[in-house]
Design a protein around this ligand. Structure first.
Ligand code: GDP
Ligand code: MG
Ligand code: ZN
Length: 378
């Protein structure tokens, strides 16, 4: 795998020939509602000042994406006319952006940003921090700040950022109804590790079981350094701890349907009034085809990200030899294997298999590893 460049990089952006068209009357704001508006055109005065000979400008971009794609940093934005905002969702060419005062703006995207980003389906992603310029009742996104944690999926062979600037992933499972599925937790953990997003393991419906019965399974996660919360949306157990963990952060919520994700979120913020137990089989099918992520602001500060189809995220570019690196308990062992490309399955002198044999590595975790290796990555 090629190492990513982290240094800012300069590119020359080409501009359309007709960009010198007269500056449009700024009061014609209704035009921004239509998708055909070319915002750079409206800024023609400033740029045409350089004359016909210079239709290129140098723009500083920074290659900070996981996929190596260019992230526009600061095309000459007049910050005095802009507001900072958070993209709550993206629908077609329009983004819903929340300003610091809580006001919601519908924003189009400046053409220049689209020009720079040809390899993403949408230039703007839910979760993006942006600078936008209010024009009447609408806004124009002028700049996208560099992204931190992202979750993405592939669509037609291309990476598509589903949500940006994710701080943590709540991996929600239930102690019963449905039964605890540790392999599913492990799979989400790999996704979180792969994306360098902090996972918090939330075991809901604790009221339905004898807690002692869970100790062995959950202890394995605690020993690896993962935060594990035992919760009950029904009794309110540890709901305050969950609220504290969510406050001021952007958290993606993952977990199979029926485990109580919506119930837990309603418990930490009753204003949300999310529907519970809503999923019929057909609805569920329909849901998996949607991948639009939506940021939901919390009363305590912060956002939860509701995104269907998280299961298919981000294992697309993981090669088998990397999988072990995303298992915190397996990772320290791999250097001790005889073969540097050991898959820890059929090889002799494998430190991972030795560790399972003498009980230093949890056998069930090793099963999860093998399962991911053949089931998802073959
Ligand atoms: N006993 C018990 N039931 C719960 C708890 N949390 C949620 N439920 C029930 O589990 C079902 C699914 O909850 P829901 O929040 O819709 O799950 P989601 O699909 O993950 O969003 C609903 O019938 C809830 O009432 C809990 O802590 N204890
Ligand atoms: Mg739900
Ligand atoms: Zn090995």
């Amino acid at each position: 795998m090629a190492k990513q460049r982290k240094q800012p990089k300069k590119v020359r952006a080409d501009f359309r020939k007709n960009r010198e068209v007269r500056t449009r009357d700024r009061s014609q704001t209704q035009q921004f509602a239509s998708e055909s508006v070319d915002e750079d055109e409206a800024r023609g005065e400033r740029i045409s000042g350089k004359g016909r000979l210079s239709r290129k400008r140098t723009i500083v971009v920074s290659q900070t994406q996981d996929d190596g794609s260019l992230q526009p940093l600061a095309p000459d934005v007049d910050l005095a006319t802009c507001l900072p905002g958070r993209v709550l969702r993206v629908q077609g060419l329009h983004s819903t952006v929340e300003a610091p005062d809580g006001r919601i703006w519908s924003c189009a995207t400046r053409r220049l940003l689209k020009t720079l980003s040809t390899d993403q389906r949408h230039v703007v992603a839910a979760g993006d921090r942006v600078m936008f310029r209010p024009v009447g009742d609408e806004g124009i996104i002028e700049r996208i700040e560099p992204r931190r944690g992202i979750l993405s999926r592939t669509s037609k062979g291309r990476q598509h950022v589903v949500v940006a600037n994710v701080d943590q992933m709540l991996i929600v499972a239930s102690a019963a109804e449905p039964d605890l599925k540790p392999h599913l937790i492990d799979r989400y953990l790999v996704t979180a590790e792969r994306n360098r997003i902090r996972p918090i393991i939330c075991i809901n419906k604790i009221d339905l079981v004898d807690r002692g019965a869970l100790q062995a399974t959950l202890g394995v996660y605690g020993q690896m350094g993962y935060e594990v919360l035992q919760l009950s949306a029904a009794t309110g157990m540890n709901v305050d701890r969950l609220r504290a963990a969510l406050t001021g952060r952007e958290s993606v919520v993952a977990g199979q349907s029926g485990v109580g994700k919506s119930s837990l979120l309603n418990a930490i913020d009753p204003q949300l009034k999310l529907k519970t137990r809503e999923v019929s089989r057909e609805n569920e099918k329909g849901k998996h085809t949607t991948t639009t992520a939506v940021l939901i602001p919390l009363a305590c500060g912060g956002y939860v990200v509701d995104t269907p189809g998280i299961r298919q995220f981000q294992l697309w570019d993981v090669i088998p030899v990397e999988v072990a690196g995303f298992f915190r308990d397996i990772r320290p062992l791999v250097d001790l294997c005889q073969f540097p490309d050991c898959t820890h399955t059929h090889e002799t002198d494998c430190a991972v298999k030795d560790a399972v044999a003498d009980g230093r590595l949890d056998g069930r975790r090793y099963e999860s590893y093998c399962h991911l290796l053949v089931g998802d990555l073959a």
